[in-house]
Design a protein around this ligand. Structure first.
Ligand code: IPE
Ligand code: IPE
Ligand code: MG
Length: 248
């Protein structure tokens, strides 16, 4: 069913799940109905990634800028999130998935914060797949936050300015325990990063599709992975160097 080659699978897939509103409009429904269908796509894709054996999946669920949407839509999204966590947590737990949340999620309503904390605690020992949800997340906010934390550590004498380098910086990001994404998928035909994983996507492979998020299937995921498998990642080297390096 999968017909994917096991060779050269991405370790970390990140997805900008976009197009719920346009899906709803296309079906003459309200935006919230689009988000509801979007949640079903989340369920499908989490299951698919787990069954393929992807160790890291990161989904962009709500950006720091999405707070500026109409209060009704924001409220509905938060309700959907809480329903989703409650109905799925048992399946997530029993399938070896560890839930992780990045962003300013601690500022969410107490009820949701508690739900997320419980879900993370319940799945903390799982190791087969780390599923990260980016909630109230912004890449620029994340970088500024890291700079502040570094400045505090320097001021307190825990860190010397001359010791700051890329790997030290990485430790101050929300994603300090995740590898950089290998493949970043964005649905709905938009060709932009919208403030997602700015630091981490320096050498990520991008895949854009016109499919709206609620319509995104396991087969669409497979197509993205196959395309990734055909690409040659060079990290600034020449093709010849990469070939030699792969043989090692
Ligand atoms: C993505 O779908 C979900 C969130 C950003 C929360 P959108 O709601 O952005 O859908 P479009 O872009 O309006 O179609
Ligand atoms: C990005 O989608 C955020 C999420 C998918 C959660 P947006 O719909 O908010 O992005 P823009 O506004 O089209 O750039
Ligand atoms: Mg959008």
């Amino acid at each position: 069913m999968r017909n994917l080659e096991d060779k050269n699978l991405p370790r970390h897939i990140a997805i900008i799940m976009d197009g719920n509103g346009r899906w709803a409009k296309k079906h003459a429904l309200g935006r919230v109905a689009g988000h509801r269908r979007g949640a079903e796509a989340v369920r499908r894709i989490v299951r698919a990634c787990r069954s393929i054996g992807i160790p890291y999946l990161t989904l962009f669920a709500f950006s720091s800028e999405n707070w500026q949407r109409p209060a009704r839509e924001v409220g509905a999204l938060m309700r959907l999130l809480s329903e989703y966590i409650q109905s799925e947590i048992e399946e997530i737990r029993s399938n070896g998935i560890r839930l992780n949340v990045i962003g300013e999620w601690q500022t969410l309503r107490e009820h949701i914060r508690q739900l997320l904390e419980d879900a993370m605690a319940k799945t903390a020992k799982n190791e087969d797949m780390i599923w990260t949800i980016a909630l109230s997340y912004g890449g620029r906010d994340e970088i500024v936050r890291a700079v502040k934390l570094i400045a505090e550590d320097v001021a307190q004498g825990f860190l010397r300015p001359e010791d700051i380098n890329q790997s030290v910086f990485h430790r101050y990001l929300y994603t300090s325990d995740l590898p950089d994404p290998d493949l970043l998928i964005r649905t709905s035909g938009e060709y932009r990063i919208s403030n997602f994983l700015l630091w981490q996507s320096a050498y990520t492979e991008f895949y854009f599709t016109d499919v709206l998020w609620p319509d995104f299937t396991e087969e669409d995921l497979n197509s993205a992975i196959r395309e990734y498998q055909r690409r040659e990642r060079r990290f600034g080297l020449t093709a010849e160097q990469v070939k030699r390096w792969e043989k090692l």
